[in-house]
Write a protein that binds this ligand. Structure first.
Ligand code: ADP
Ligand code: MG
Length: 657
């Protein structure tokens, strides 16, 4: 059994999709190990075509190529990949080294697809390179070498997987005579070890160096001359197990290539980052604004509280809408005892507070100072004990003053001393007969209350209990009726239900809270719309990455061909490009995340100086989301170029200039 037998090999190329042009015509030849064969022929006689078929790079032929008794036609694609990787070493006229890898890495790349450890691979590559005379050039790039040195690297790479056959397509074609001879000596020394060397040449001088010349003319074998005995030594064989290019190795390749094109890749990553960045910022801004609104609502309202008012009458409402908007649609119509019973009776209502705010008719006198008290309100749960600066909550016949009112009544410095002092209150009311009546009361200041500015809900200047006020009124024969009821739910989950019953009973829960809720909803919607618009830039960056990876595939067609020729599977090629797109996306995401963080810090500093609030709330979730989306987009955009790269025909890729 011969090492390599070619039987009735016919090959034609389809020209312009029409006629078939025959290139190889009934080639029959056998090769043995230890032979140094030169295929001699004119340019265009079909020598390279023959090499590609033997090398398993071209399966579109008729006839049989039988290697150690097994026909290539019967092998599956993976088996052919393995055959290329394990049995064949390819050497090209134009060296075909990978420019961004060092000499050592170029030799190791073929071994990367075997299951040898990195250490073993490095050692073997170094051994081969030393043997070949390149010991001092391991770290150089191909473009730092002479032609002869490059061809030595290519030979070392072909030898790295200990192949049975070395195919060299015009290995000395681009070398001067002296260097050519050195390379031929080198190939001869490899044949000596029992490897079959098949070289292609158009030079009679080069051809006569080997042990046998097969002359080809117009696709036919014209002559088969044996010049010397073949070397009879038996090649040491080794157990070989194929392996995929590991993820680590493919990432390494991807990183190398990204560094090689660092300017372009950085630009693309920055471009992609802008999309991600704007989405992150929009989401954070939306989050910040709605969060701020919620904080405002929560600090102004007690969550269990449902405030009940009487709805404005239709006529009133129409009037008021013009000047005050929906906030004013509350009537000041008081609640009757019956109303209070109704509200108290609602299921899950724990208790009901009577609330009234008396505005525009009060004066307070302390010593000889008489101040207008613009409004006095009732104590509710919204008044928090922790906001009392000095003193305590008012009990029977006591009143709580706000800091600003206390300052006016006393002075900027002495106002805390008001606590415990007696003040006199006048309220100018009308009785049932529309006659003016003055309600008077002597109350003790229970404390000073720090009132937060709550914008539209700013509250009163003084607070006392409803009963204290009621008692003062009844002394003048007046009944005080609440204009608002605060119903407290037993449980937060009951609030919505209570609100509904209240509506059904003909009352209205204060529109303020529901307006706030609605505003929050609008804001949320707005922030999603803004993010969606920002998302368009994501689409753009996805397309950009797609284009760049496509360009990268085109640029590296040759490299892909080389990798395929030395045994890389489609899967391995896909993996390299996949790694590259994932890396690009990750890189872009990282830029976006860092930029988002810096920008939000900057904007928040400005915002808090101007408005006193930090409106950009960047959460870790958004950052992780940004990273993931960026990587995902990139990987998806990379799918088409990666599979395009993997599908490239190795032979075509090598012909690519
Ligand atoms: P050699 O290596 O001996 O110079 P080749 O094997 O490269 O010759 O080419 C043999 C013939 O086949 C040439 O005429 C060439 O134009 C043709 N040929 C080679 N590759 C292709 C191809 N992919 N499509 C069409 N014709 C091709
Ligand atoms: Mg050729």
């Amino acid at each position: 059994m011969s090492l390599l037998e070619i039987k009735h090999l016919n090959k034609s190329y389809l020209l312009a999709g029409k006629e078939r042009v025959p290139v190889l015509k009934d080639v029959n030849v056998k090769f043995e190990s230890g032979e140094f064969v030169s295929i001699l022929g004119e340019s265009g006689s079909g020598k390279s075509t023959l090499m590609n078929i033997i090398g398993g790079m071209d399966s579109d032929y008729e006839g049989d190529v039988i290697i150690q008794g097994k026909s290539l036609h019967t092998m599956k694609e993976v088996e052919i990949d393995a055959y290329r990787k394990d049995k064949i070493g390819f050497i090209f006229q134009s060296f075909n080294l990978i420019p961004h890898l060092s000499v050592l890495e170029n030799v190791m790349i073929a071994m990367q697809m075997t299951d040898h450890s990195t250490q073993e691979r490095t050692q073997r590559a170094k051994e081969i390179l030393t043997e070949i005379g390149l010991k001092d050039h391991l770290a150089k790039r191909p473009n730092q070498l002479s032609g002869g040195q490059k061809q030595r690297v290519a030979i070392a790479r072909a030898l790295s997987n200990n192949p049975d056959i070395i195919l060299a397509d015009e290995p000395t074609g681009s070398l001067d005579q002296e260097t050519s001879e050195q390379i031929l000596e080198l190939l001869d020394s490899i044949a000596k070890k029992g490897v079959l060397i098949i070289t292609v040449t158009h030079s009679q001088r080069v051809a006569s160096f080997g042990s046998r010349i097969v002359s080809v003319e117009d696709g036919c074998i014209k002559e088969d001359q044996f010049l010397k005995e073949r070397y009879l030594s038996v090649k040491e064989t080794e157990e070989k197990k194929g392996k995929n290019l590991s993820f680590k190795a493919s990432f390494k390749l991807a990183i190398k290539n990204m560094i090689l094109n660092s300017k372009r890749n950085t630009l693309v990553a920055v471009g992609g980052a802008i999309g991600i960045l704007s989405v992150i910022l929009m989401l954070s801004l939306g989050n910040g604004i709605t969060g701020y609104m919620n904080d405002q609502i929560n600090s102004s309202l007690t969550p269990l509280l449902v405030d009940v008012v009487k709805p404005a009458k239709a006529a009133d409402a129409g009037d008021q809408q013009q000047n005050g908007g929906p906030m004013q649609q509350i009537s000041n119509e008081p609640f009757t005892e019956q109303d209070i019973v109704t509200v108290s009776g609602i299921k899950n209502v724990e208790r009901v507070e009577k609330v009234i705010t008396i505005s525009g008719k009060n004066n307070m006198v302390f010593n000889d100072k008489n101040k207008v008290l613009s409004s006095v309100g009732t104590i509710t749960d919204a008044i928090k004990a922790e906001d009392i600066e000095k003193g305590a909550m008012p009990v029977e016949n006591e009143i709580l003053l706000t800091v600003s009112f206390a300052k006016g009544l006393s002075s900027e410095e002495t106002y805390p001393s008001l606590v415990g002092k007696k003040v006199h209150l006048y309220i100018n009311e009308m009785n049932d007969q529309n006659r003016p009546v003055t309600v008077e009361a002597d109350w003790v200041v229970s404390g000073i209350y720090k009132q937060e500015d709550r914008g539209p809900m700013s509250g009163s200047n003084a607070y006392t209990s409803f009963t204290t006020l009621e008692n003062a009124y009844s002394k003048q024969g007046l009944t005080l009726q609440p204009t608002q009821l605060n119903a407290y739910a037993e449980n937060i989950n009951d609030v919505a239900g209570i609100k509904e019953v209240i509506k059904a009973d003909g009352f209205q829960s204060s529109p303020l809270a529901s307006i706030m809720e609605r505003v929050t909803t609008y804001l949320k919607m707005a922030s999603w719309v803004l993010s969606a618009i920002a998302g368009i830039s994501l689409l753009v960056s996805g397309i950009m990455i797609l284009v760049v990876l496509n360009i990268s595939v085109v640029e590296r067609t040759r490299e892909i061909g080389i990798l395929r020729a030395i045994g890389a599977r489609k899967k391995d090629i896909r993996r390299i490009f996949f790694s590259e797109s994932a890396l690009l996306g990750l890189f872009s995401g990282l830029i976006a995340v860092v930029a988002a963080w810096i920008i939000s810090l900057g904007l928040n500093t400005v915002l808090s100086n101007v408005f006193g609030v930090e409106l950009i709330r960047l959460s870790a979730t958004y950052l992780i989301f940004g990273l993931c989306v960026s990587t995902l987009i990139s990987v998806v955009a990379g799918l088409i170029p990666s599979s395009k790269a993997a599908k490239l025909d190795p032979m075509e890729s090598l012909r690519y200039e």
